[in-house]
Design a protein around this ligand. Structure first.
Ligand SMILES: *Cc1c(COP(=O)(O)O)cnc(C)c1O
Length: 362
């Protein structure tokens, strides 16, 4: 046996690394980033704040000030605290590790966010995917049956879902949270909350097994890597034991504290993007051979329904025109011929639309 076979777990060897394409020179519409930056005056003030940060010191691991600001500005209910992660990706990993009892399982609707399954595998948990219906709504009966059968320690519900963009029915979600009861945690992943403008956060006191997870990434701060998560104090305490003590660095901490004082700027950017989403959806719908799915996120899922070209063909034709989106057509049978595109500025949306038109005609 080789060194690799001797030491690396077979499930890790079987995985392919999460592929992030190099987007140099492209109009980048593949990763749900906010295309806007902070206004000049705020950037200068942020620069001065960051210059004052003591880079020689470890972060203070309680993160009291940043957490207080998140709770106050982002709607965490009174009496609830948050745990911070280096992006919500790290929070997913923390939850997986904390719950990785032998034989424990993770359940989520599919197609869904790939990190739920990846993180489960890394922690040695079994992942159970329950297909959505063809219209991407929850198959409630199948979810309830899977919960009964597998007793998952963790159930993920992304609200809105990625890569489909839709929000699940709230009554269905509540039934699932209740059905899981005290046999598992249900994580409602609200990465796209600024674009959905709906949230389970105020409902935390109703459900002791509910965990609400969010990130500042899609709001406009993807580069600083900061996620936060709230749930009942007892559960939060256990998750916090698994968190590396200095997981959020001092620059991220200072930048987040500063930006949260000006969160109205990011809220206004999200409002523009919601408006652009409506316009882009209407223009895409008007193209022949394109189906656009309803979205409550900052991206649109579209299906190519053209006898002459597949989603692979459109994806490559867009690449030739220096536009990078995400080809999800091979990700799941329900996504056949589907593409996912981030909603951006009016200028970039125009470039994308023109490239789409040309690609469909090619
Ligand atoms: C983007 C995304 C995340 C990851 O967010 P980070 O904080 O950048 O790690 C989590 N969940 C969903 C559904 C996402 O789309």
């Amino acid at each position: 046996m080789s060194l690799i076979e001797n030491i690396i777990r077979p499930e890790v060897r079987a995985l392919s690394a999460y592929h992030v394409p190099d987007a140099g020179g492209f109009v980048k519409l593949d990763a749900m980033e906010n295309p806007y930056i902070l206004p000049e005056t705020l950037r200068e003030e942020l620069g001065r704040r960051l210059a004052d940060v003591a880079l020689n010191r470890y972060p203070v691991p309680s993160y009291t000030e940043l957490k207080a600001r998140i709770c106050a500005k982002l709607g965490v209910p009174a009496g609830y605290d948050v745990i911070l992660g280096n992006g919500s990706d790290e929070l997913i990993s923390i939850v997986s590790v904390a719950c990785a009892k032998p034989g424990a399982k993770v359940l989520a609707p599919t197609p869904g966010f790939v990190m739920y399954a990846m993180s489960a595998k890394f922690a040695g948990l079994e992942f159970v995917g329950v297909p959505l219906k063809p219209d991407f709504s929850l198959d409630k009966a199948a979810m309830l049956a899977a919960i009964e059968q597998h007793k998952p320690a963790i159930t993920y519900l992304a609200y809105p879902n990625n890569p489909t963009g839709n929000v699940f029915d709230v009554a269905d979600m509540v039934e699932i949270i209740k059905a899981v009861g005290d046999t598992g945690a249900v994580i409602v992943d609200e990465a796209y909350q600024p674009f959905a403008q709906d949230t389970f956060m105020p409902r935390l006191p109703e459900f002791p097994n509910l965990v609400v997870m969010r990130t500042v990434s899609k709001l406009g701060l993807a580069g600083i890597r900061l996620g936060y998560m709230s749930c009942s104090g007892a559960l939060l305490t256990e998750f916090d034991k698994v968190r590396p003590p200095y997981n959020v660095n001092v620059l991220t901490q200072a930048a987040a504290e500063f930006v949260l004082e000006h969160v109205d700027v990011l809220d206004a950017q999200a409002a523009s993007l919601r408006w652009e989403r409506t316009k882009l959806a209407a223009e895409l719908t008007a193209l022949p051979g394109v189906e656009v799915f309803p979205s409550a996120a900052n991206f649109l899922l579209v299906r190519v329904k053209n006898p002459n070209i597949t989603s692979d063909g459109v994806f490559s034709a867009l690449l030739d025109r220096k536009v990078l989106i995400k080809n999800v057509g091979k990700m799941h049978p329900l996504l056949e011929n589907c593409l996912r595109v981030t909603v951006s500025t009016p200028e970039e949306n125009r470039i994308f639309l023109d490239a789409m038109k040309a690609s469909l005609a090619s």
